[in-house]
Design a protein around this ligand. Structure first.
Ligand code: HEM
Ligand code: MG
Length: 330
């Protein structure tokens, strides 16, 4: 069975992270990158394996060390994606497309497709990546980045700040509704879509500054090149969870779109009352376990079942206060 989560780092200080031990290196043939500029960057600086094949423990350590992300936020992300995009038997996950390096697949309907897999975690209205409907849901998209630059100039004096994050988040949702007949903001995407707009304000801004203002130049480095600026310092780990929470709430409050989806035609957005709201963490947990995970693993056996149970147990950790679910027994 997989090892337990590594726990909280006791080093929370603002510190140099683009250091001698973690130089940026360009991709080698076969190295995998995907829809998450945070993990891409950690891999290109060697905080994660540079080939893009990772374990939850490596992710939890790397996002704390390299970006100052809080351990509980890291656990939710690492185990939720491991459960739907990773191979729980080998304990390996691709941060991009499907890879033979994660080992032999468990039986269908399991996907084990890496973070690029649409709809189990990755979703629509990304800021710099296209909706799945248009083909490529994971590569940096220059047209979308020029919209990012336009909004940063118009609302942020050349920086991605809270106002830009709020307006651009809304714009991408409006664009999806108007152009993508399959556009969907259902659980868990409904929760991540706001958090991901907040991440750059907290994690891509130098921790010595920590003013929630990301320059377009630094943004291009992270989003396109998976690269930290020279001399980059991570943010204060003891403050980042609150900062993410506050920015996420403010971005939602600026334009509170309700969860829902288009009906197979554009401009047909229908609100889905069954998707848990942004602050309903227990609802998010419940929906993810009972709907998403169980539909991928309806009747697992043997090691697969044991490892699903172990990962579900680690995933539940940060949801203390909710009722734990045991779809495969205690
Ligand atoms: C997007 C996974 C941590 C920044 C995503 C996406 C995935 C993902 C699957 C694609 C969702 C989508 O846009 O459709 C993870 C996992 C993490 C993690 C498993 C483990 C802790 C981080 C960190 C940062 C970050 C530490 C910042 C340093 C972002 C941003 C996006 C994103 C900004 C949105 C990209 C866009 O909209 O163009 N992440 N992520 N993530 N992630 Fe991460
Ligand atoms: Mg996406």
């Amino acid at each position: 069975t997989p090892p337990p989560p590594p726990g909280a780092s006791n080093d929370t200080a603002v510190r140099l992270v683009n250091d001698k031990a973690h130089p940026y290196m360009p991709l080698r043939p076969g190295d995998i990158r995907g829809p998450c500029p945070g993990l891409n960057t950690l891999a290109s600086h060697g905080y994660l394996p540079r080939n893009g094949i990772v374990t939850p423990t490596q992710i939890i350590n790397a996002v704390q060390d390299g970006f100052g992300m809080d351990v509980e936020d890291a656990m939710v992300l690492a185990y939720s994606t491991m459960l739907v995009d990773g191979n729980v038997v080998t304990n390996l996950m691709s941060i991009g497309g499907k890879s033979p390096l994660t080992g032999p697949d468990p039986p269908k309907p399991a996907i084990v497709g890496g973070l690029n897999t649409h709809a189990v975690f990755e979703g629509d209205a990304s800021i710099t990546r296209q909706d799945f409907f248009f083909g490529d849901n994971h590569s940096f998209n220059p047209k979308l980045f020029s919209q990012f630059v336009d909004f940063s100039n118009k609302f942020g004096d050349g920086f991605y700040n809270l106002t830009v994050a709020s307006e651009l988040r809304f714009q991408r949702i409006q664009q999806g509704i108007a152009t993508n007949p399959q556009f969907a903001l259902l659980s868990p995407r409904f929760s991540t879509v706001y958090g991901e707009a907040a991440f750059p304000l907290v994690f891509f801004v130098d921790g010595r500054k920590a003013d929630g203002k990301l320059s377009v130049k630094d943004a291009l480095g992270f989003f396109r090149d998976s690269r930290m600026p020279d001399g980059f310092h991570r943010t204060d780990l003891s403050k980042s969870a609150d900062a993410v929470k506050n920015f996420t709430g403010a971005i939602f409050a600026a334009h509170p779109t309700q969860p829902g989806k288009n009906n197979g035609t554009v401009n047909s957005y229908i609100v889905d009352p069954n998707t848990p709201g942004l602050n309903d963490l227990c609802g998010l947990y419940e929906n993810f376990v009972n709907n998403i995970i169980v539909s991928l693993y309806p009747n697992p056996q043997g090691v697969l079942r044991d490892n699903l149970k172990a990962n579900l147990n680690f995933f539940f950790g940060p949801f203390e206060g909710c009722t734990q679910l045991f779809p495969y027994g205690q």
